[in-house]
Design a protein around this ligand. Structure first.
Ligand code: UT7
Length: 325
């Protein structure tokens, strides 16, 4: 019998400290009106001083394991996507997360694909599961982006937030319960548009995130619209068959531009950017979890995901949710 990879559970963790645009107005030259008009964002959450990316990831990961009806002993692999790891080079955040969850003697590694992190995670986990050697893989997008924000740069610091989203990728025999298709891509020619410019050739620490927002915006709209159209066409699926379009939450205008191109109805488009801001690799699983926790995501629902971010990287995925209540 054919075996497919499936999204078995979803979970998230949101730090306690909610920071509104009005809070930021007191610190930098910006306004609630500007931020809402250009991005849709009203607030974001920042982790506390003693909370690191791995701590956020562990909290989401624990719930994802439990919601899949599993124990930590059942997890065969841990993969974390993050652009704000606990340590600059090593150990990987995934190794720290696995240890904190009691998962040892199993592979654990990070991937660096910025905001496209969760789509890449799905693609990697699907390949490992469908190769036959693994049963349950814990994937986590987790970010403490506040630790790499330059709070004197109003063009970036108002956009991002912290958080974590986790999922279990397991097995199913039913195609209509599977991670149907994932497409991932990158073009490093645009690496300077969104980066933390310190590299190993430089002595001067330039660790903060920088972005040429306007250029990224235009590329994101153009690339995502055709990427999403392609994955639907390739799988002979119409936008009407999609229960929810759950895109990376960077900017309301990008989401609406792509959503309108495909004629999605408002109730199909999941929006969390207003509350959480852009949480990079965590944004898609956090958004899926919000729908799940609102009781509106059922087993067998078909969801369409897309993301675009630093690298540049991008991708899309068609997933039948296979989680339980
Ligand atoms: O998640 C990874 C992918 N990331 C994205 O997809 C983000 C893509 N980019 C964007 O979302 C948008 O480009 C931004 C929200 C970052 C910026 O919006 P924009 O409409 O492209 O604005 P802009 O950069 O063209 O700036 C317009 C004006 C500028 O002033 P002048 O030069 O016209 O006088 C900026 O200085 O807005 C000014 N500005 C601000 N004003 C108040 C920039 N940031 C702020 C701010 N508050 N925080």
């Amino acid at each position: 019998m054919k075996m497919y990879a499936a999204l078995k559970s979803i979970a998230s963790y949101v730090p306690k400290n909610q920071v509104t645009n009005f809070d930021l107005e007191k610190q930098i030259d910006t306004s609630h009106e500007w931020i809402v008009e250009r991005t849709g964002i009203s607030s974001r959450f920042f982790a506390s001083k003693d909370e690191n990316t791995s701590d956020l990831a562990v909290k989401a990961g624990k719930i994802a394991i439990q919601r899949a009806g599993l124990k930590h002993q059942d997890i065969d692999m841990v993969i974390v996507a993050t652009l704000s790891p606990d340590y600059l080079t090593m150990p990987s955040t995934a190794c720290l997360v696995a240890a904190k969850l009691g998962i040892i003697n199993k592979p654990a590694f990070d991937i660096s694909t910025a905001c496209t992190g969760f789509i890449y995670l799905l693609s990697i986990a699907k390949a490992f599961i469908e190769s036959g050697g693994y049963n349950n893989i814990l994937i986590i997008g987790a970010e403490k982006i506040s630790s790499i924000l330059d709070f004197s740069d109003r063009t970036t610091c108002v956009l991002f937030g912290d958080g974590a989203g986790a999922a279990i990728v397991g097995r199913t025999n039913e195609k209509k319960k599977s991670i149907l298709d994932v497409h991932i891509a990158a073009d490093g020619n645009y690496s300077n548009l969104l980066c933390t410019p310190r590299n190993t050739l430089q002595d001067q620490a330039k660790q903060f995130l920088q972005m040429k927002g306007n250029e990224v915006f235009k590329l994101a709209v153009k690339t995502l619209a055709s990427d999403v159209e392609n994955i639907l066409q390739k799988n002979h699926i119409t936008p009407q068959e999609i229960k929810y379009f759950i895109p990376h939450q960077a900017n309301l205008r990008i989401i609406n531009a792509v959503g309108n191109r495909l004629n999605f109805q408002d109730e199909q488009i999941v929006l969390t950017v207003q509350k959480y801001g852009n949480t990079s690799a965590a944004s898609i699983p956090m958004a899926i979890n919000d729908v799940y926790e609102s009781g509106k995501l059922d087993s067998g629902d078909l969801i369409l995901l897309d993301a675009f971010g630093g690298g540049l990287t991008w991708g899309s995925a068609l997933v039948y949710f296979d989680g339980r209540r």
